[in-house]
Design a protein around this ligand. Structure first.
Ligand code: PBG
Length: 328
C-alpha cells in the first residue's frame, strides 16, 4: 500500500464543499427528542436553576412550548411529570391515576398537536415520597412488586394517548410487564423505548432538581448500573429486546460513548442516547462564563454521540440545535 506522498489525507479537507461531501456523520432535526417537565397549576414557568433555559411548565405553558417545538421541526418530546409534593406517597399513586399530571398533559398535547410524537418517561421516583424508582421495604428497593405499578403507569399514559412509553426505573422484567399489560388492553402496536443501559450516574443531579426526584435515603446503585461495567450493558440490552423493547437507550451519553458503540455493534435495533442534565449543565455553565463556544461544543458533542452509533438523541439542546440547523 502506498503511503505519503501518494496518500495525502488533507486533499479532501481544503474545500468546504468537498468536506461536506465526505462527512460521515450528520445531525438532523429528525434525530432529536426534547425532554419536557410538566407540573400543576396555570401560567407556571419555574426555571430550573442548574439548567438555564429549562423550566417546569404548567399545561398551558407546555402547549406554548410544544408549538415552538413543532415549529422547529422537532419530531418528538419526552414527558416527565412533577406532581405536587403533597401528592406523593409510598406507592407512587400520582404516577398511574387517570388525572395524573402526565396523563393530563398527554391528552392536551395530543389534542393540540396530533402529529407530535409524545413519549412518556415511565418511572416512580417523581411520585414516591421516598424518591426511589420502586417500592421500598426496610430500605430495600423491591423488584417484582414494582412491576405491576410500572405497567399500570405505562397503560395510563397510553390510554391518555401517549405514542410511546419509556421505562427508566431499571427494575428487572419491567419491559415484559409493560408489554404484557399494553397487549392485554389492545395496545399491541404501541412501542417501548427502554432505558436499557442506564447507569447510576452523578450526571443526573440537575434533573433531580428539575423533577424533584432525589432519593430521600441512599442512592440508586442497587438498581441502576455500575459505571465501571461495559459488558453488562450488552446483557441489559439483550434482556430488554427479548422482553419486547422496540428502541434501546444508553444513558448518560458522553461518558458512555464506548457503550453506545458496543451496543450498536452487537444489535440491530434502533438506538437512542440520552444527553443528560449534567452534560447540559456543564456546557451551559462554561458557555455562560464565556469559556467555550456553546454552539460549536454542542454540535461537536451531539456529533460524537451519533458517530458512536446512536440514531436518536434525547437532549435539552434540541431547540437550539433545530434553530441552528435551520439557519445554516
Ligand atoms: C427517572 C429518570 C432520571 C433521568 C431520567 N429519568 C433520573 C434518575 O434516574 O435519577 C435523568 C435524566 C437527566 O439527567 O437528564 N428515573
Amino acid at each position: 500500500m502506498a503511503g505519503f506522498p501518494v496518500v495525502r489525507l488533507r486533499r479532501l479537507r481544503y474545500n468546504p464543499v468537498l468536506r461536506s461531501m465526505v462527512r460521515e456523520t450528520e445531525i438532523e432535526v429528525k434525530d432529536l427528542i426534547y425532554p419536557l417537565f410538566v407540573t400543576a397549576g396555570r401560567d407556571v414557568k419555574n426555571p430550573v436553576p442548574s439548567m438555564p433555559g429549562i423550566y417546569q411548565l404548567s399545561i398551558d405553558n407546555l402547549l406554548k412550548e410544544a408549538e415552538e417545538v413543532v415549529g422547529l421541526g422537532i419530531p418528538a418530546v419526552l414527558l416527565f411529570g412533577v406532581p405536587e409534593p403533597g401528592e406523593k406517597d409510598e406507592v407512587a399513586t400520582p404516577a398511574y391515576v387517570p388525572e395524573g399530571i402526565v396523563q393530563q398533559a398527554v391528552r392536551a398535547l395530543k389534542k393540540e398537536f396530533p402529529g407530535l410524537l409524545v413519549i412518556t418517561d415511565v418511572c416512580l421516583c417523581e411520585y414516591t415520597s421516598h424518591g426511589h424508582c420502586g417500592l421500598v421495604d426496610g430500605g430495600v428497593i423491591l423488584n417484582d412488586p414494582t412491576l405491576e405499578l410500572l405497567a399500570r403507569t405505562a397503560l395510563s399514559h397510553v390510554e391518555a394517548g401517549a405514542d410511546m412509553v419509556a421505562p427508566s426505573d431499571m427494575m428487572d422484567g419491567r419491559v415484559a410487564a409493560i408489554r404484557k399489560k399494553l397487549d392485554a388492553h389492545g395496545f399491541t402496536e404501541t412501542p417501548i423505548l427502554s432505558y436499557a443501559a442506564k447507569y447510576a450516574s452523578a450526571f443526573y443531579g440537575p434533573f433531580r432538581e428539575a423533577a424533584g426526584s432525589a432519593p430521600q435515603f441512599g442512592d440508586r446503585r442497587s438498581y441502576q448500573m455500575d459505571p465501571a461495567n461495559g459488558r453488562e450493558a450488552l446483557r441489559e440490552v439483550a434482556q430488554d429486546l427479548e422482553e419486547g423493547a422496540d428502541i434501546i437507550m444508553v444513558k448518560p451519553a458522553l461518558s458512555y460513548l464506548d457503550v453506545i458503540r458496543q451496543v450498536r455493534n452487537h444489535f440491530n435495533c434502533p438506538l437512542a442516547a440520552y444527553n443528560v442534565s449534567g452534560e447540559y449543565a456543564m456546557i451551559k455553565a462554561a458557555a455562560l462564563h464565556g469559556w467555550i463556544s456553546e454552539r460549536e461544543v454542542v454540535m461537536e458533542v451531539l456529533t460524537s454521540i451519533k458517530r458512536a452509533g446512536a440514531d436518536l438523541i434525547i437532549t435539552y439542546f434540541a431547540k437550539d440545535v433545530a434553530g441552528w440547523l435551520k439557519t445554516c
